[in-house]
Design a protein around this ligand. Structure first.
Ligand code: C2E
Ligand code: CA
Ligand code: CA
Length: 278
């Protein structure tokens, strides 16, 4: 028992050292990264539950470093937020996604909505609204088809002027979705403070929702709350048919998840509606 304490301490301190080493390595690699060569954007279909049709896509960034290999956004986004790289990266992602989706939909009659994740660090930039509008103009992407996904954190931590930025974006027709609704500190606080358009029910509540009573209660509460606030509800992380069947009993307009489609490169998006059994 005596040395298990010491061993644990040694183990922990090595873990921490290794982790912080990685953080520094990743942080430096981000700053040296060649955006065009190392990063790409993939798209996951967002599907209308009633009709089974793709109504939009969520853009998700991918990073392949020449030596470090594939690094997941779950790891590097937080580091990019800390070192500020998220600002140029976020602009690059938005521009790339607008351009690719615009090019895709120019070829077909059916327009697609585009959802883009935006970090709270980006919102806090004074130029955020201006830069976002400039990217829309440059790419010709219609603002009414852009949706910005924000986490509760990004809205909660924000000052008055950042809430005003959200109103300004909405006045241009851009929609706002709250990502991972109900996992932050102040879900109701946000709805009281600012008007949004959509809420996304997080994967952790959808997982096994058909058999877990607590998840059922949570998901039922969130969907009926969305209805009450007249917001669109999207459930994400649907992996099984049973989960999708459960959601059909509720008021939830849209779904997203591996059961429908994994995130793919833009050229594979075109075929989705066709391959979905029409
Ligand atoms: P998120 O915004 O909640 O994105 C959903 C994540 O769940 C994505 O992981 C997606 O690939 C994954 N996913 C989708 N359907 C399923 C499913 O059915 N089962 C499971 N197990 N997973 C599913 P990804 O791409 O690794 O992104 C992780 C997080 O990193 C995102 O969570 C988001 O917070 C952040 N992120 C990703 N791309 C961007 C970006 O372009 N900008 C910013 N600021 N953050 C991003
Ligand atoms: Ca998201
Ligand atoms: Ca989410």
């Amino acid at each position: 028992a005596q040395d298990s304490g010491i061993n644990r301490w040694v183990y922990c301190s090595e873990e921490i050292k290794r982790d912080s080493m990685n953080q520094v390595t990743i942080s430096e690699a981000l700053y040296q990264a060649d955006l065009e060569k190392e990063f790409c954007v993939v798209y996951q279909p967002q599907v209308q539950l009633e009709t089974n049709r793709m109504v939009g896509v969520e853009a998700l960034v991918r990073w392949q470093h020449p030596e470090l290999g594939i690094i997941s956004p779950g790891i590097f986004i937080e580091i990019a937020e800390k070192n500020g790289f998220i600002v140029p990266l976020g602009n690059w992602i938005l521009e790339r996604a607008c351009r690719q989706v615009q090019e895709l939909t120019e070829l077909s009659e059916e327009p697609l909505n585009l959802a883009v994740n935006v970090s709270f660090i980006q919102i806090q930039q004074e130029q955020f609204v201006e830069e976002t509008l400039a990217i829309l103009q440059k790419t010709g992407f219609p603002p009414e088809r852009l949706e910005i996904e924000l986490t509760e954190r990004s809205l909660f931590e924000n000052r008055m002027e950042d809430l005003q930025k959200i109103e300004e974006l909405r006045s241009h027709g851009i929609r706002i979705a709250i990502d991972d609704f109900g996992t932050g500190y102040s879900s109701f606080g946000i709805l009281a403070k600012v008007k949004v358009d959509k809420i996304k029910v997080p994967r952790e509540f959808i997982d096994r929702v058909d058999s877990n009573q607590n998840s059922q209660r949570i998901v039922e509460t969130i969907t009926s709350m969305a209805e009450r606030f007249e917001l669109t509800c999207l459930a994400e992380g649907i992996e099984r048919e049973e989960e999708s069947t459960f959601l059909r009993q509720l008021i939830c307009q849209e779904v997203q998840g591996y059961y429908y489609a994994k995130p793919v490169e833009i050229h594979k998006i075109k075929q989705w509606n066709k391959s979905a059994g029409e």
